[in-house]
Design a protein around this ligand. Structure first.
Ligand SMILES: [Zn+2]
Length: 116
């Protein structure tokens, strides 16, 4: 089945393409099937839906899904152990301030390139 990718994810991919960064998406050989993986920078980006992941942007979301949070903590731990850097981007931030997210990603990418 074709996995369409949510709109915030498409926005992020578009930003990365503008920055001329190559990435893989929905990488199922890594734990947690990260949304976006940038191998050259050892960077993983998760685009989180606010409702499912219980973002603090709305109080009724927060109490949701401790199970999801616990599973996720384990996933992050494993990925970090393997040397990956993890960046979480929230759906609401992408939706309401795409420019700011693009700016943050750009500076993160140039920082990581410098550190390499
Ligand atoms: Zn949110």
């Amino acid at each position: 089945m074709l996995s369409a990718g949510t709109k915030p994810e498409l926005i992020i991919r578009h930003i990365l393409e503008n920055l001329d960064i190559s990435y893989r998406k929905n990488v199922n050989e890594l734990v947690g099937t990260p949304d976006i993986v940038i191998d050259e920078l050892q960077l993983i980006i998760f685009v989180h839906g606010c409702y499912f992941h219980g973002h603090s942007c709305a109080s009724e979301y927060q109490q949701k899904n401790e199970e999801v949070a616990a599973r996720e903590a384990l996933i992050f731990k494993n990925l970090k152990k393997d040397g990956w850097r993890i960046q979480i981007l929230w759906e609401c931030q992408i939706r309401c301030d795409e420019t700011n997210v693009a700016r943050r990603l750009k500076s993160l990418v140039s920082q990581l390139k410098k550190d390499r």
